[in-house]
Structures are given as structure tokens and as C-alpha cells.
Design a binder for this molecule. Structure first.
Ligand code: NAD
Length: 489
């Protein structure tokens, strides 16, 4: 996978980066697989200008049929090239092949149909009828309109999922977009740009994609006064700085941030099945998922039994080459992330914890940014490894003393992205209603779907992505009040 660097998409044209090009690295081999255009500040400036002009001077925001057509065309064009995208995703993201048939690629591509269908059937204008507020007879209409220019900033862990969950609804709602992907996965975004330029009818400037090695390009996008909305997915720390930057021009900010989600096993649950589910969840894609449940809360009297069940399930997880169809746990994205996870493993020991399994590099994998699926035991929820997002295949197992205690521990977190509870139907449902999290899996239910809103409580985010709520994040609300002369009230 070498050759010429990929290009930026600015104002409908594929162009080289003003900053030259930068390497993209296969995290399973540590080798550069090619290069991507390195967008600089001037490139981003031109991209924002193109998006602004396209919004202000074209019919894009009013032509729903064109938007629906372009989004379906993009979905179909992506599907036509899905095998190329799959190979890039495996090589660049280190995503296990099996996951590309679902959440890493195929599902988010297909899900582009949802915002298109939503735009088609959406009540853009609602007539509230005539009334006489303050004695003035008036016909009232509520109109939903796009905001304008959306700046989309994305992470590397599920690049297609996050990209399409942002640009799909933003474009369907009538906005124009500047996408700034993570420096670790530029090819995934650049391929989308190429396909848009070569195979779709999106008017120039409606979608712009600026890959860049420098995080400051993201900060520039958040600050620019021509951008109306910043839609950000990434760490809570970066989200905080995006919100601060956006505050200077009072932009709407939409944030999908980190998590430290709890998996609660009640004392009437089938323990070994629940532990197996917890283990495979945290090992999936080497734990690089914001909504993965990384704190396992088990009944204190069955703590040892739960540790053994989780470790047994983890030992069955296929770790290694993401190309292998059996692999569930591939590499971490970079040496930096691998070192960060390793530093948390060192911290766990320093805090008095023990590894019930894992704790280092998997045997036989000398290259690649791999970490073994790891179970940390012997700590409380006050330990830093139980409070901070590790973003690796690491499960902290904590003891609880009944439902009330489990609920208290689960909610004792600065985050609130997701949660899982396993137990008898009535008790599990009661706990689900009290968990402070944006999504709750009860006894293995699946909340991820194009029509389901996703997002976090507390420091896990602001707003919702996907579903009708995710579409409406990208809409302004205007009221038109027209006086009705001579109306009787
Ligand atoms: P990150 O916060 O380091 O970077 C995310 C994006 O922000 C990248 O494109 C980066 O270049 C850009 N960026 C960096 N500094 C910036 C700044 N000052 N201003 C504007 N943009 C800036 O996150 P990451 O390491 O790429 O991704 C991992 C994190 O993302 C984890 O914390 C994970 O939980 C989170 N995440 C959350 C969700 C969710 O939906 N809640 C989904 C995926 C990932």
C-alpha cells in the first residue's frame, strides 16, 4: 500500500497538502504503509471559505432532494469500493477484519441511508395555527433550518463510524462540512474524499476534508468565526479545549467524549455468561472504544469466581494479526497509545492491584503495538485505574455489596457514556432506570443502531449522535409569526 500521498478535498477538488505529506503507519507491523496530504493552516482556511460560500450562495440548504440523492449516491459508491476500504481500515486502524463487516465499516456506510431517509420525511415546517398572544392575531410557523458550516473533528478508533455519524446528518440537514480527521488514520478519511470527488454529485465546497499531522489544525477549526457548529469526538481533555475555543464565537458545540463505563452483575445473574460477555467486550479492538464497559462490578461473595471466569474468557480471545478473520483483539493504534496503556498497567500495580491475567505484551508478538487483554483485581473504585479512561484491553474488576452499592459505584464516575447490567428482569430494569449513562445494555441487548441516539451524560459529552436526535443536533429553529389582520379571537 504505497504510492502517491492521498489528497485533500477542498472546494470540490482533490489537492496536495500545503504542508507536504506525512506517513501513515500500520499499527500491527509498525511500518509506514504510505503517505497522506499534510493540510496546513492555509488549506484549512480555504476549506472553511469553500464551505461558507457553498452554504451562503447555493441552494444546498434548501434542496432536500439533492441532499438525499447525494447521500444515497455516497453510500452506494462507498459500497462499490468496500473491499478497498476494508483493506485500508485493517492496515491503517489495525481494526480486526471481522469488525469491518460491522461497526468498523459496513454498518456505518449502510447507516448513511438513515439521515437521507430522515431528511426525506422530516417535517421541516410545522404550522402552529392562528392564535392571539398578547391580543395580536398571528399565524405561527416553526421552521427547522441548517446551521451553516459544520466543523467535524474525529478520532482514530472507529474512523468511518464517527465520520459518517457526523457528516451524514450534518449534510442531510442542509449544512456544509469541513472534516478534520485524526492524524493516525488519514487514509480512511482521504478515501471518502476521493470517492465524493470522483463518484458523487455533491456540489463544490459542500464537503471538504483536510487531513493533517498537526493537532492545531483541529484547534483552528474550532476557533474560526465562519464555522457555526463544532462536532467533536475524542478525549474529554480535548473536548474541553474545543469547547473553550468555540466559546469565543458562541458556536454550537456537540461533543462525544470518553468513558469509564460499568458492567454490573447482580447476584441473581448467570455469572459465567455475564463474565464472558464482559471479557470479550473489553478485548474487542484492543479496548479502543469509548463506550466499552471497562469496570466490572461483581457480587463480593463471588469475586474470586468472577475473576477466574473473566480470565478464562480472555484466554480464549484471539489476539494478534488484524487480518486474521478470527482476531478480536488487534493492536493499539500507536506507540504513544501502547505506552499510555502500559503506564496505566504500571500504575495499577503501584496502586496495590494485581493482574489476574495479562499485564504486558502478548507472547510471540514482537512487532506491533499489542497489549494483552488484562484483568486488574484487588482495587476499589477510588483507584485511578478505576476512574480514568485507559483505552486499552484492560478490565478493572470491583466488588459490590448488593444492588444499591453496585448502583452507587457504577454512578461514581466523572463519565456517563454507557453501562451494562446483567440480572433478573425486574431488578436489572430498575437499575437501568437509575444508571447515569446515555446507553444501557440490559442482559446483552444491543443499543447501537442508526435510529438510536448515542451520547453521554456528565463529562462523556454534550448532545446526541445518530437517530432523530442526532439529525436535529444539526438544525436551527426559526419561528415566523405573521400578523393576521381582522382575525377573530
Ligand atoms: P483526541 O482527543 O486526542 O483527538 C481527537 C481529534 O481531535 C483528533 O482529530 C485530533 O487531531 C483533534 N485535536 C487534538 N487537539 C485538538 C484541539 N486542541 N482542538 C481541536 N481538535 C484537536 O482523541 P483520540 O486520541 O483521537 O481518540 C480517543 C478518544 O476519543 C478517547 O478518549 C475516546 O473515548 C474518545 N472517543 C469518544 C467517542 C464517543 O462517541 N464518545 C467515540 C470514539 C472515541
Amino acid at each position: 500500500m504505497t504510492g502517491a500521498p492521498t489528497q485533500l478535498l477542498i472546494d470540490g477538488a482533490l489537492v496536495a497538502g500545503g504542508g507536504g505529506a506525512f506517513d501513515t503507519v500500520n499499527p500491527a507491523t509498525e511500518e509506514a504503509i504510505g503517505a497522506a496530504a499534510d493540510g496546513d493552516a492555509a488549506d484549512l482556511d480555504r476549506a472553511i471559505a469553500a464551505a461558507r460560500t457553498a452554504f451562503d450562495t447555493s441552494d444546498w440548504g434548501r434542496d432536500t432532494a439533492l441532499r438525499v440523492h447525494c447521500l444515497r449516491q455516497l453510500r452506494d459508491a462507498l459500497n462499490d469500493e468496500i473491499e478497498t476500504l476494508r483493506e485500508i481500515t485493517i492496515a491503517e486502524v489495525g481494526a480486526p477484519r471481522s469488525l469491518t463487516y460491522r461497526g468498523q465499516l459496513q454498518t456505518p456506510v449502510d447507516d448513511l441511508g438513515f439521515p437521507a431517509a430522515t431528511a426525506e420525511s422530516y417535517p421541516w415546517q410545522v404550522d402552529l395555527g392562528v392564535a392571539a398572544p398578547m391580543g395580536i392575531a398571528t399565524a405561527r410557523t416553526v421552521v427547522r433550518e441548517p446551521f451553516g458550516v459544520v466543523g467535524a473533528i474525529t478520532p482514530w478508533n472507529f474512523p468511518h463510524q464517527v465520520t459518517f455519524a457526523k457528516i451524514g446528518p450534518a449534510l442531510a440537514a442542509g449544512n456544509t462540512v469541513v472534516l478534520k480527521p485524526a492524524p493516525d488514520t488519514p487514509w480512511c478519511a482521504a478515501e471518502v474524499g476521493r470517492i465524493i470527488a470522483e463518484k458523487t454529485d455533491f456540489p463544490p465546497g459542500v464537503v471538504n476534508i483536510v487531513t493533517a499531522s498537526d493537532h492545531r489544525i483541529g484547534a483552528q477549526l474550532a476557533q474560526d468565526p465562519r464555522v457555526d457548529v463544532v462536532s467533536f469526538t475524542g478525549s474529554t481533555a480535548t473536548g474541553r479545549s474545543v469547547m473553550t475555543a468555540a466559546a469565543q464565537t458562541i458556536k454550537k458545540v456537540f461533543l462525544e467524549l470518553g468513558g469509564k463505563s460499568a458492567f454490573v452483575i447482580l447476584d441473581d445473574a448467570e455469572l459465567s455468561a455475564a463474565c464472558a460477555a464482559a471479557a470479550s467486550t473489553v478485548a474487542m479492538h484492543a479496548g479502543q472504544g469509548c463506550a466499552l464497559t471497562t469496570r466490572l462490578l461483581v457480587p463480593r461473595e463471588r469475586y474470586g469466581e468472577a475473576l477466574d471466569a473473566v480470565a478464562a474468557a480472555m484466554s480464549r480471545v484471539a489476539v494478534g494479526d488484524p487480518n486474521d478473520p478470527k482476531t478480536l483483539c488487534g493492536p493499539l493504534i500507536s506507540a504513544k497509545q501502547r505506552d499510555r496503556v502500559q503506564s496505566y498497567l504500571d500504575l495499577a500495580i503501584a496502586e496495590g492491584g494485581t493482574f489476574h491475567c495479562g499485564g504486558g505484551r502478548p507472547a510471540g508478538l514482537d512487532r506491533g503495538f499489542f497489549i494483552e487483554p488484562t484483568v486488574i483485581a484487588g482495587l476499589t473504585n477510588q483507584a485511578r485505574v478505576a476512574r480514568e479512561e485507559i483505552f486499552g484491553p484492560v478490565l478493572v474488576v470491583l466488588a459490590h455489596d448488593g444492588d444499591a452499592d453496585a448502583l452507587r459505584i457504577a454512578n461514581d464516575s466523572p463519565y456517563g457514556l454507557s453501562a451494562t447490567v446483567f440480572g433478573s428482569a425486574e431488578r436489572a430494569a430498575r437499575m437501568a432506570s437509575q444508571l447515569r449513562a446515555g446507553t444501557v445494555n440490559v442482559n446483552g441487548g444491543m443499543w447501537y443502531s442508526a435510529d438510536v441516539p448515542f451520547g453521554g451524560y456528565k463529562q462523556s459529552g454534550v448532545g446526541r449522535e445518530m437517530g432523530l436526535a442526532g439529525f436535529e443536533e444539526y438544525l436551527e429553529t426559526k419561528v415566523v409569526a405573521t400578523a393576521v389582520p381582522g382575525a377573530q379571537h
